[in-house]
Design a protein around this ligand. Structure first.
Ligand SMILES: C[S@@+](CC[C@H](N)C(=O)[O-])C[C@H]1O[C@@H](n2cnc3c(N)ncnc32)[C@H](O)[C@@H]1O
Length: 278
């Protein structure tokens, strides 16, 4: 193809070596085919990518926006006018989302699996950053949770979340609380609270403490931490949670670290970790 267009064959080395396949859609990384020479191909290039990878649609990821609602800016490349709705099935759970509107994060697969096996039988769970329901659906379908309150403030994510609850047949056990979790989260009900926001979820640590039942429960606190600083971060986490518990009349809570899960590398020497605190 390159030769036929009179282009340098070394350009082939700039072709992406990694991509995501979501149903019939290939999601290319943000820098894929961005070298200006590739523009000589037009739509022909993406038709070829689709054919070679056995897909019928092609999109290119853009960096997840750093805005608070994490709006994704993935763009559809092929065919012209195609929509970005995809559905995938993992561990018996169907996830649907529009890749041009909400973030798709495949890197959290191990944490998704862990939430599906966490043993939440009969529990009430509050998911403070539910997104499209990656963890909420695992808890409801595979971990035995009786009820999940799913907080989410991005309307596009809420739409996908409601769809996913419906297609997985668990909508009657989930209440979607649309808006800022610091205003919408219930208090005094939770056996377990998820704080799945990066780079950290500190703004909602107090909300999480208040969501716990009087007898206490488990918090799954996500954060990015410099590799090697995990212990220091956990000491600060426990100390701040204790002080928040005291100021909220919950000084009786023990607050001890049960486990530290290293989920993935977020960047050079930066780890995405989850600390389980009880
Ligand atoms: C990183 S996504 C996580 C989704 C899911 N926990 C996961 O790991 O796949 C974080 C989500 O939290 C939402 N969010 C951020 N701050 C929020 C807030 N204060 N209240 C409610 N939702 C919030 C964002 O819109 C986004 O959908």
């Amino acid at each position: 193809m390159l030769e036929a267009k009179g282009l340098n064959v070394n350009l082939a080395q700039e072709a992406p070596t990694r991509w995501e396949k979501l149903g019939d859609l290939v999601l290319l990384p943000a820098n894929a085919f961005t070298a200006s020479d590739f523009s000589a191909f037009g739509a022909e290039l993406y038709a070829c990518v689709a054919r070679v990878l056995g897909a019928s649609r092609v999109a290119r990821q853009a960096p997840v926006s750093q805005g608070p609602k994490r709006e994704s800016r993935a763009v559809m490349l092929y065919p012209e006018g195609a929509d970005g709705w995809v559905e995938t099935k993992e561990l018996g759970v169907t996830y649907g989302l529009d890749v041009t509107k909400v973030m798709f994060s495949s890197g959290n697969g191990t944490e998704k699996n862990r939430m599906g096996a966490v043993g939440a039988n009969g529990e009430t769970v509050v998911d403070l950053f539910a997104g499209i329901g990656y963890y909420t659906l695992q808890l409801l379908k595979n971990a035995g949770a009786a009820k999940v309150y799913a907080c989410e403030w991005n309307p596009n994510s809420c739409e996908a979340l409601r769809h996913n609850l419906r297609v997985n047949g668990v909508e009657s056990r989930c209440e979607v609380l649309e808006g800022d979790n610091r205003r919408t989260a219930p208090t005094g009900v939770a056996d377990r609270v998820l704080l799945g926001l990066l780079p950290h979820a500190e703004m909602s640590w107090e909300t999480a403490i208040k969501a716990l039942k009087p007898k206490g429960g488990v918090l799954h606190v996500h954060s990015n931490v410099n590799s090697g600083d995990e212990d220091e971060w956990m000491v600060r986490l426990v100390s701040e949670l204790k002080s928040l518990a005291e100021t909220n009349g919950r000084g009786d809570l023990d607050i001890v670290v049960e486990h530290l899960e290293r989920v993935k590398w977020y960047g050079p020497r930066i780890r995405h970790v989850v600390c389980d605190v009880r």
